[in-house]
Design a protein around this ligand. Structure first.
Ligand SMILES: Cc1cc2nc3c(=O)[nH]c(=O)nc-3n(C[C@H](O)[C@H](O)[C@H](O)COP(=O)(O)OP(=O)(O)OC[C@H]3O[C@@H](n4cnc5c(N)ncnc54)[C@H](O)[C@@H]3O)c2cc1C
Length: 421
């Protein structure tokens, strides 16, 4: 292949979707992925708003055939027995009323192969060492091929889709931790966890449990579980806990013991897992949330986790990744057409992406601080409030024009302020 229009570093959902969309716009694309797919990855619960993306790039039918539909999210609060179910058909945008629970090894491979079918030059086993900069703009990448040889590959656009490897942000040292989101997750897949019947079988269960007494500032320092059901009967289980909890339980030893300690602290998780078998040793991901100072520069953009990562509470990572990769493809296409790929060309896209991500950050903050729980578990919530929460759970945070999202943003800001004072 001659010099492509764009080199995408990383073949996860962000990179694959961006590659597919650029190919649909007639652009030549090279995708460099250091792993060989299929490979394990976290991020198994998708959001309805991602279906716009999957439909547009032409993979929705394949996804539907292979994965279980997710119609809602159930919340359980172990501290007082409250429960609430949010059903996506109640969201303001009624276009897509469900999503999917996916094993990411299969899902990511489907997306990457699809980009290849559309004509992207997909290279697995290629590790990008760094982005090549000349006169302050990116001109390509330095990459190591599967045999260990290094190559300088040039392109007018470089897209950093390296996930939490965050190639460009780490090179520029511009990652920043998000206050209070210093959480860790202990997780594994299980067999034998009971399921609801019918349409609820694919729901995600979020189980909130107390891990420590309330702090003096009124903050809730509890933990929560995800239970994500797969089509073949297995279930992904993860416990998200604070860094204090990890310190307090470190004496227990490894991840298996930590996951079990969290399960033992939760009556609901104990009931779900009592006749279940863990299929592999538990694993851990630590302290993963961060913002990045710069998402774009002259001749490059960062998409997906490479542009920041938010706590997984609302299953937002893959949605932000796919949507940002999909949206930026058209911006890149126009910039290339005009022969002007300066940073300014990406300013609007950066702003839109940040606004959506900050809405999720605000909601997650209000959850951990406590006040969002009164909305989640409200006995007779007003219809608009319920639809707003359902819409955010569906991932509909990028439509900054709508009145409901502005209203919800104000409410979240007030909740966070109220909790801080
Ligand atoms: C505990 C936890 C639970 C989560 N649960 C959910 C969930 O339920 N739902 C959800 O939507 N999201 C969830 N996420 C988030 C989700 O995993 C990510 O947001 C999503 O995978 C981001 O996609 P991406 O394409 O940006 O990055 P990735 O999926 O990480 O893909 C990046 C790719 O880049 C490749 N790469 C990296 N560096 C290089 C390099 N130098 N050269 C070449 N290739 C490279 C990697 O091999 C990888 O394949 C969770 C995350 C965590 C930590």
């Amino acid at each position: 292949m001659n010099e492509p229009d764009a080199i995408i570093v990383g073949g996860g959902p962000a990179g694959s979707v961006c590659a597919s969309k650029l190919r649909m716009l007639g652009r030549s694309v090279m995708v460099l992925e250091r792993d060989y797919f299929p490979r394990f990855h976290l991020g198994e619960s998708l959001l309805p708003q991602s279906l716009y993306v999957l439909d547009d790039i032409g993979v929705l039918a394949d996804v539907r055939e292979r994965f279980i539909e997710k119609h809602g999210a159930r919340f359980h609060d172990d501290r007082d027995g409250r429960k609430a179910r949010f059903v996506f058909e109640n969201a303001f945008d009624e276009t897509y009323q469900h999503s999917f629970q996916v094993e990411r090894a299969a899902f990511d491979e489907l997306l990457l192969r699809h980009a290849g079918k559309l004509g992207a030059d997909v290279r697995e086993g290629w590790q990008v060492r760094r982005v090549l900069m000349e006169g302050g703009r990116s001109v390509g990448v330095l990459a190591r091929d599967p045999g260990g040889a290094e190559h300088e590959l040039r392109a007018p656009m470089v897209i950093d889709a390296t996930g939490r490897g965050a190639l460009q942000a780490h090179a520029a040292r511009c990652t920043e931790k998000i206050p209070r989101l210093d959480k860790s997750a202990f997780y594994a897949h299980y067999e034998g966890i009971p399921r609801a019947a019918g349409k609820e079988a694919g729901d995600i269960d979020i189980v909130i449990f107390e891990t420590r007494p309330r702090e003096s500032d009124g903050a809730w320092s509890g933990g929560w579980f995800w239970f994500i059901p797969f089509k073949d009967g297995r279930t992904s289980v993860g416990a998200v806990v604070s860094s204090e909890w990890v310190k307090e339980h470190r004496h227990l030893g490894g991840a298996d013991a930590m996951l079990q300690a969290a399960i033992d602290a939760s009556p609901t998780a104990t009931a779900f897992t009592q006749n279940a078998t863990r299929l592999w040793p538990a694993r851990v991901e630590a302290d993963y949330s961060y913002r990045v100072g710069k998402m774009a520069g002259d001749g490059w953009v960062a998409i997906g986790d490479a542009a920041g990562f938010i706590d997984p509470l609302f299953s937002t990572g893959a949605h932000i990744a796919m949507r940002s990769g999909w949206k930026v493809a058209s911006v890149i296409d126009e910039a290339l057409r005009d022969g002007d790929t300066r940073e300014e060309r990406f300013a609007q896209w950066v702003q839109d992406t940040r606004t959506g991500a900050e809405t999720f950050i605000s909601a997650v903050g209000a959850f951990y601080r406590g006040p969002l729980l009164q909305y989640l578990f409200a006995e007779n919530p007003r219809t608009v409030l319920r639809r707003s929460i359902t819409s955010i759970l569906a991932g509909d945070v990028f439509t900054s024009e709508s009145i409901w999202i502005r209203d919800l943003r104000l409410r979240l800001a007030a909740l966070n302020e109220g909790a801080a004072t």
